[in-house]
Design a protein around this ligand. Structure first.
Ligand SMILES: NC(=O)c1ccc[n+]([C@@H]2O[C@H](COP(=O)([O-])OP(=O)(O)OC[C@H]3O[C@@H](n4cnc5c(N)ncnc54)[C@H](OP(=O)(O)O)[C@@H]3O)[C@@H](O)[C@H]2O)c1
Length: 196
């Protein structure tokens, strides 16, 4: 399988790229830096990446920034900005990538556990991840040529938690295994949380 991993320099994305590599797939790593540059908040940049790469069998997105603020601190434009950074960006990857994915190919997006199990201070993170999960369930019914779409909804990743002096719930490597399982399976429209 030829697999494009967007966000491949990140905590989650680097482990995902390694997992696909380790299973013998051809991995194309992309992010805003490096050889295959893309900014998924910019449609022209997404188009340019797909134009450069040609056909891929799977597009895995582990990219998308978040706004971490309690309701009382939200300012004008925060909702739109949070949506732009994660929801619109990832939906645009799917929308602009459909014609670049092979027959029977797939998309795997990354959401996050706050969509269904929030803590205080994450209303916009909960909102964007929930929106993306709803998109995945519905898009699975629309995509042509047997193209599948699923999402991985990670718990708090150990490596991220360590950077914050906290304790996580799942290692990046354990989390990454589930992307590979989804990619080699047959389901579509699923939201899977590794470790639950
Ligand atoms: N880590 C966790 O505990 C955790 C838990 C649940 C959900 N999540 C979600 O999972 C996703 C990835 O998290 P992470 O912890 O791996 O983040 P991370 O370590 O900050 O990595 C983010 C990756 O995405 C790339 N990126 C960021 N914005 C981009 C853009 N506009 N266009 C293209 N690439 C972009 C970054 O590379 P460049 O800077 O080079 O572009 C990097 O490769 C996020 O949406 C996060 O909310 C994370």
């Amino acid at each position: 399988m030829r697999v494009l991993v967007i966000g491949a320099t990140g905590v989650i994305g680097s482990a995902v790229a390694e997992a696909f590599d380790g299973a013998g797939h051809e991995v194309v790593r992309a992010s805003r830096k490096g050889e295959n540059r893309v900014d998924i908040t910019d449609c022209a940049s997404i188009r340019a990446l797909f134009e450069k790469l040609g056909t891929v069998d799977a597009v895995v997105s582990c990219a998308g920034a978040a706004i971490f603020k309690p309701v009382g601190e939200l300012t004008d434009g925060d909702v739109e900005e949070a949506t732009r950074l994660k929801v619109s960006a990832n939906i645009d990857v799917v929308r602009l990538g459909v014609d670049r994915v092979s027959d029977g190919g797939q998309f795997i997006l990354t959401t996050g556990i706050f969509s269904t199990r929030p803590i205080a201070g994450v209303p916009l993170i909960a909102m964007v991840n929930g929106a993306l999960e709803s998109f995945v369930r519905a898009a699975a019914l629309d995509l042509p040529r047997d193209i599948r779409i699923n999402a991985v909804c990670p718990l708090f990743i150990n490596e991220t938690a360590e950077q914050m002096g906290m304790k996580g719930d799942c290692s990046a490597a354990e989390n990454a295994k589930v992307y590979l399982e989804l990619a080699t399976g047959s389901e579509s429209g699923s939201i899977v949380t590794p470790g639950l």
